[in-house]
Design a binder for this molecule. Sequence first.
Ligand code: SF4
Length: 558
Amino acid sequence: MKNGLSILLLTSKSWAGFNISPPLGLYNLKTAVEAHNHCCEIFDYDIDDENLLKTRVKSGAYDIIGMSVTHVNMSMDLDAILELRQLALSAHDTLMIAGGQEATMNYEQWLRTKLLDICFLGFADKTFANFCDHLFLFDRKYHEGNSLSTNLLTLLQNTSGVAYLAPMLKTERVDMGMQTVYQPSPTLTREEFSELFYVNGLKNNIPYYRYWDIMRARKNNAFNNASFTVETTRLYTVSHCPRRCGFCSSQNFLPLSQDKKITIIMLSAQEVYELVEHYANNVGARAFMFSDDDFPVGNAQGILRLKEFCQKVIEGKSSGELPSDLQFFCQARVLDFLYRQSDGTKILRSELLQLMKLAGFHNIGLGIESFSERLLHMPSVNKIGVTLDDYRIVIDELLRLGITPQMFIIIGIPESTVEDLMDSITVATEYIHKGADVAVISTMRVYPGSPLTQNGDYPLVTKPWINPVTGQQTDILDFFIPENKEIAGIVDMIDEAAAEEQVSLKRRYGWSEDAMLSKSLIGTIQFIAVAKLLERHDVATRLYKMVDENLESSSYAA
Ligand code: SF4
């Protein structure tokens, strides 16, 4: 007799490309259910064999199959879930579930595809482990016809942090169809957050070596990527970002899962340091990526935590407790590095930045979105309290200190004019020339749960996904349509045009077709493609010249 359920957890089918890393959320779930004596396997589309997966699923090996779905790859995830569901159900009854940010903020749409039975909301580790304990006591009969079984519906009624479809009460003659039931999660406590990301972080048995081996092999074949540290570990240390940027849904992940606002929870400097020490000395990590949306948090407590962490790292490196070459990367906001004085003026947090440099922070991701002052304050961007001058002061200082700013820029901002866009490209390329890195996103994507999506006034594009078995159509929210007709006319052509530009650049320089380019070069090529599509050939020519100069001096950030 089995001791527990057999569970398969899958990543989204979004191949990460070169930069692969273990799915930490799934490993946390695995730790949670294994502590309750259930068996759990993780399948990562980036590194595992899909044929083997299908064979296992078809053999009926799993009671539950769950995916950490993503919105960007919704159609591919639906394809995968449909296929796995068919394979699994051909063997015996299997429960199909989803979790993560997208499953929390877009549960209604995922459930209405009728390919998933339950969406688990928020940080679902405890909820899911307890749910599995109860489910294990069931006969393996999870479905009755097209609906969940009566037993399962009763169990779900008593479970927090889930969304599912349940039949509406029938009148005598009319079947009223299905209603979506949403039962928020309990409020996340400091202790639970610490258990998830500190205690589990110290004991999770994550196979980093598998990822690093693959990346080492890829790195040998890579072009212009010599400075990338393969032995990188990701850490989460903050519960969420509470800012209100219009397009971003990160801010609503926890509030929507709990149906209430919550205060930010963060690991202490000591806890973060212990995680770093553990992964550096016991696992062999040489670089750390803090995957928090805003690692410094920006309030007094967050800034103090960051200073203390940097001081601990500096001491750890000098005492030999930490390898001296450890590097750190994080995402932050420009305002984190500015201190607002009582008269309202802002000054640089120079001491903080110097400590970060000394501790080994090499690269800081900044959600710039646009270098147009006007656009920063439009509802779709809504960068509250920040100005273009603030951007310049912080980026200049990072460059002066030798910390690479990685600027995230969006092209298709709904309120943008062509001049706004050209201004933004001009300033961004000025900073690329000075050594900044860039990641360019061609459209402003629609993320369920973001203020702009909830606003409803902004026209958007959807793309259909059609279930090949039932013919049911799901309209996937894709991107917001720019108000400016010229930009609207080219915004969905940018990626293809940029890919063609890449091919012609590689030919011009005699590089192989699969040569990997640095992000800053890829970003500049995207800018060239935009300028050409908008027939701003003066800008395109200037950027070409810059590319040639930078390639001759090899000054593109690798
Ligand atoms: S864009 Fe960044 S700062 Fe703005 S809400 Fe999202 S995570 Fe927070």
